[in-house]
Design a protein around this ligand. Structure first.
Ligand code: ATP
Ligand code: MG
Length: 450
């Protein structure tokens, strides 16, 4: 164990050596970042910190995206002010996090995250890492130069300095962005061991930005993928959302497969993927999620999770039915089995797992075309998600296209017409036969009934 720790320590020294102490400073005239592309709240935060005498830089994905000419989805700020000093400057500030103490400055629904520059652990490395090399604590404040090494990829380690509008580059990130290359700072293995989620981040950035991952990085991911098993399932849920709800789900899904990481996130989904229909169905589900994100339509994680687990749930339902269970019970049992296995890897908050069950349960109910049951399907709160699910299945050859068409046409009708169609039923709603009430015997003191 000691030798492993010593090794980690040496590697960290190597990372520090790799970072150029004299950064490349790219002046305003030589880069494309303009203040008009930075959201107003982020500029406010940067200026207020700067005017109070602190260093203040835009950092991370925002700088990367601005250099690529994209509009960043969020703006992160790094400063030499401590979280407490930041909080004194902003009334709308909340301090969050234990392991990483951060300041969140709230502007309506937008949050600007402000992090204090952090230092490497240096001599006290052992105290900050567990035996597999994972970072345990990371709260030693430092200088901007110190802050660079703990970032993941060179493209994410650039600082846009509000003092003179320059970009500060210690690690060759600007060139890597130009070359569309994702390069981890320091030794691959050490950095992935420190935080295995970086492997998922690599996949996400490769898919989102179209950046290449070099061979050494790929090999490291193939080797270290199993470390994802130790990551808390709630953190993986957050990461999966970023992978699949940022408009690049389809590409991310294929990249995860290519790097053999899918099995650590959705172990029960992997086997089914060798079946062409299942594969196509999941691809379509990812594709349609991407379209919805691009059109700013709402998306729910329940839909993709339901799609990923559909094949095993369906198979298990059939098996349960073969052993004599009625369909509804068979499905319920299958759903419970696969959801409880799934949450061991990637957690699913209950509101989403209950929607998954609804989506699955409605699939067989689409066969009702009339009467109270069909009406119930149409007005089910999860009808729309379940209907989309059905049509994707039909497109992938897993359900009748006719069913998708029938329900599509029904929705195009007015509520009056829908009522007419559904009640023009041959199989009109079955009247429930009332059970004859049990007569309560008069309280005569005797318990025997004649
Ligand atoms: P996105 O466009 O998805 O927001 P991002 O690069 O901004 O991408 P964030 O998760 O917002 O990603 O993180 C902001 C920055 O914090 C990153 O650019 C990176 O410098 C650093 N960072 C975040 N997570 C990690 C991590 N697990 N390991 C190292 N650095 C990280
Ligand atoms: Mg970000």
């Amino acid at each position: 164990m000691l030798s492993l720790l010593r090794l980690n320590k040496q590697m960290h020294k190597k990372i520090k050596d790799e970072i150029n102490k004299d950064p490349l400073i790219i002046p305003r005239a030589e880069h494309g970042i303009s203040r008009k592309d930075i959201d107003e709240p982020a500029l406010k935060v940067l200026y207020r910190l700067h005017n109070a005498g602190y260093q203040a830089c835009l950092v991370g994905g925002a700088v990367r995206d601005l250099l690529l000419g994209h509009h960043p989805k969020d703006f992160d700020v790094a400063t030499d002010a401590t979280p407490e000093q930041v909080s004194k400057l902003f009334r709308n500030c909340r301090l969050i996090g234990r392991r990483f103490r951060l300041a969140h400055i709230h502007f309506g629904r937008q949050i600007i995250e402000v992090a204090t520059f952090r230092a490497p652990h240096g001599e006290t490395h052992e105290e900050h890492h567990d035996t597999s090399g994972r970072i345990l604590r990371d709260n030693v404040y430092g200088e901007i130069y110190d802050d660079v090494w703990r970032r993941d990829f060179t493209a994410n380690a650039l600082y846009y300095n509000i003092a003179d509008f320059s970009v500060i580059d210690y690690v060759g990130g600007v060139k890597d962005i130009k070359d569309h290359r994702l390069r981890l700072i320091g030794d691959q293995e050490t950095r992935y061991r420190e935080d295995p989620v970086r492997m998922l981040r690599a996949i996400r950035f490769a898919a989102k930005l179209g950046f290449s991952i070099d061979e050494a990085c790929k090999q490291a991911i193939l080797k270290l993928g199993p470390l994802l098993a130790d990551i808390p399932s709630a953190r993986l849920f957050e990461e999966v959302l970023k992978l699949f709800h940022s408009g690049h789900a389809e590409e991310s899904f294929f990249t995860l497969q290519q790097y053999d990481l899918l099995k650590y996130l959705f172990p029960d989904a992997v086997d089914g993927l060798s079946d062409a229909n299942t594969h196509e169905f999941i691809r379509l589900a990812m594709h349609s999620t991407d379209n919805r994100v691009r059109l700013d339509k709402p998306v729910t994680p329940a839909f993709l999770f339901a799609a990923l687990l559909w094949a095993p749930v369906k198979r298990q339902t059939e098996l349960n039915q073969e052993s004599g269970m009625p369909h509804a019970v068979a499905l319920q049992k299958a759903a419970a089995k696969f959801i409880s296995r799934q949450v061991q890897q990637v957690s699913i908050p209950r509101r989403f797992s209950s929607t998954m069950r609804d989506i699955w349960a409605l699939q067989s109910r689409f066969r009702y075309r009339s009467g109270r049951r069909a009406y119930g399907v149409l007005h089910h709160p999860k009808f729309r998600a379940a209907y989309d699910f059905l049509c994707l299945r039909a497109n992938a050859g897993d359900a009748e296209m006719e069913a998708c068409q029938w329900w599509t046409e029904l929705q195009e009708k007015t509520p009056e017409q829908q009522k007419k169609i559904l009640s023009a039923a041959k199989t009109s709603p079955r009247k429930r036969r009332r059970k004859p009430r049990k007569k309560v015997p008069p309280q005569t003191g005797s318990t025997t009934l004649s």
